[in-house]
Ligand binder design. Sequence first.
Ligand code: GLN
Length: 423
Amino acid sequence: MFRSGLSRFSRFRGRRARFEHGPQDGAGLDTRLNALCDEARAMGLNTPQALLEYLDARGLDTALPRLTNCLTALSRAEGPLAPDQFGADLPLDSLDLLERAVGDRLAIPDFAHFCHRVSGFFSYARDNRRGQIADYIPELAHQDEDGFGLALCSIDGQRFNLGEAQTGFCLQSVVKPLNYALALALNGESLVHTHVGREPSGRRFNELALDPDGRPHNPMINAGAIMCAALIRPAQSVEARAELVRRFVLSAAGGAGCTLDEAVYRSELETAARNRSLVNMMDEHDAFPPGTDTKAALDLYFRTCALTLDCDALSVVAAMLANGGVCPVTGHRVIDPGIVRHTLSLMLTCGMYDYSGEFAFTVGLPAKSGVSGGLMIVIPGVGGFGLWSPRLDRQGNSVRGVEFCQRLIEDYPFHIFAGVASE
Ligand code: GLN
């Protein structure tokens, strides 16, 4: 099984993201559609229905906005498969995707087998009932401690989910990479990193500690994330800034629902002593840009932690990062590739709190956890997982989330350095 997992993915050694496409070229399109139908028929896919079933088995259906129109047109078509059944104005991007599917070149080959294996890892992790639900934010203690959801999205938009993948949860620290990416997009690398470092702290996520230059160690722990919040459009009202972040998260998630959990937000505001201490400590060391309204920065930080997504939507965010910043569901660029690279670097080195070194060593994937039990796992050039299971380990990471990652990496060569160890 291990071997088969390895060989099926060996062609992804030189993994490349899929990027946006320019306008379609009409003449080339007809030739390509004809060739697509020829190839499909050669595989025994003689009717539109046979092609639809083939795509469905590979995780592609009408729910993917890039394919909705053409798959709906195909589902209404009758007779043998023909180029005129794909609907009017087939976007080049959709045609590319169909060609990759029929040519067996999708990001996740043998999708059914992969999903079967992933289901096994999910069941294995579900049996683990260790860990404690976070209760220092009173509202989080109301979560179903046995809840467990998992969703997968590939950079081609192949989707699969298990358990409570459509239960919304607040992102908590899972939002930190997105706040960092937005702060970079708005201010540039030089300004952001004048105020926040990029070194793992080796300490707890809310430790009262700064680096030797008096900055928070990195954007993936509380102090650094509060600093990133301070750098997001500081001249605007907190409400406008929070709405900007919400819209950014929404576009990263391909437009799936992202709302503010008011109860969690209030709960955090009422129990903010530690985070206020972090702000005071940074203030004392002049870590903030001059003139920063630190109360507003902390307020914005809480609002972003209280944004909710479900696992399905979180897997799209992870796949967007895996795809170099282009959302695989909508085809829209959300983040510049350089910013994605910085974000993934810090997720790899700092994304799992004071377990980050161990996680990078054993799992070797950029990931980000949160105290609500959320976990975003990025497999660069392949796709991503969104996971939620609220019981946490000592470091504050989802117990089942870590377990799932460890099982995944035993069977598939996704560790970023897997390539150097394969024959
Ligand atoms: N909002 C939480 C806090 O500030 C986020 C912490 C986390 O997810 N690790 O404590």
